[in-house]
Write a protein of this length. Structure first.
Length: 263
């Protein structure tokens, strides 16, 4: 069995769409502890995250491109939903049936093939949208079953995701990578508990950082749109020119590699 086919031209095109969407709809994408992912570049790797938003699949595309550009990236999606977004089949997304034994076996076969071929697998094991403050967190059994099944083991890395409003009109995307869990002979049940605990710790760390509203605690991954937009921003710009002052679109200064100003 081969890993799902990835079309390089379609992936290139889709990545451009994703970057444009995030720049348009968010103030910034900020990441903490990205080195936890980057130093695993040669490992059999599964990245698993909480699942709170429609944005999550596109976010994983953005992370794969920016943090591990030299590897192929894959993710499962509900088979029925994937049929609605056929283009995703050509960028590494594969369909699974969530509530059937056949779907579980399919996920194990495809996931094993991806990892054994050197690909990175990104999963949201809650299997549904869930608020990041929901406790306890509970996973579907597929992730632990797959990781425990792999001969030679693998590394499973937790990722916490939140979309929050700070000082600007548009929200921030905040990410925090936790400590990697190395699979070395744990049973699926043991591993399930370990993975849930690791993600919970990672989410709690991100929650504290999000509440502190300190951009300096994160590294800027992608900068988006700033300013209020419309006639109000036009008036502010005009007033700054009349007073011979530098116009600042943001309410507060925060580090970012590039800003797209919306006027």
């Amino acid at each position: 069995m081969d890993a799902p086919h990835i079309s390089k031209p379609v992936l290139w095109f889709f990545r451009r769409i994703v970057r444009r969407y995030f720049r348009r709809h968010f103030h910034a994408v900020r990441v903490s502890q990205a080195s936890n992912l980057e130093h695993l570049s040669a490992e059999r790797l599964i990245v698993y995250a909480n699942h709170s938003s429609w944005w999550d699949p596109m976010l994983l595309v953005l992370l794969g491109e920016n943090l591990m550009p030299g590897r192929r990236h894959y993710a499962p999606m509900l088979a029925a939903a994937l049929e609605r977004y056929g283009i995703l089949k050509r960028i590494g997304v594969f369909g699974v049936e969530l509530h059937t034994g056949r779907g579980g076996a399919q996920f194990l076969r495809t996931g094993s093939t991806i990892l054994e071929s050197g690909g990175v697998l990104w999963v949201t094991p809650q299997g549904r949208f869930a608020d990041p403050r929901e406790r306890p967190i509970a996973f579907k059994p597929g992730l632990a079953a797959l990781a425990a099944k792999l001969k030679g083991g693998c590394v499973v890395l937790p990722l916490a995701v939140e979309y929050v409003y700070w000082d600007e009109r548009l929200p921030e995307t905040l990410l925090h990578f936790g400590e990697a869990v190395r699979v070395n002979g744990q049973s699926p049940d043991e591993l399930q508990r370990e993975l849930e605990a690791a993600l919970l710790t990672t989410m709690e760390t991100l929650k504290v950082a999000a509440m502190a509203r300190d951009a300096a605690a994160f590294s800027p991954l992608l900068a988006g749109t700033v300013g209020t937009g419309g006639f109000y921003q036009l008036g502010q710009r005009t007033l700054a020119r009349l007073r011979r002052r530098r116009f600042q679109a943001e309410h507060s200064a925060s580090p970012a590699p590039h800003r797209e100003e919306r006027g």
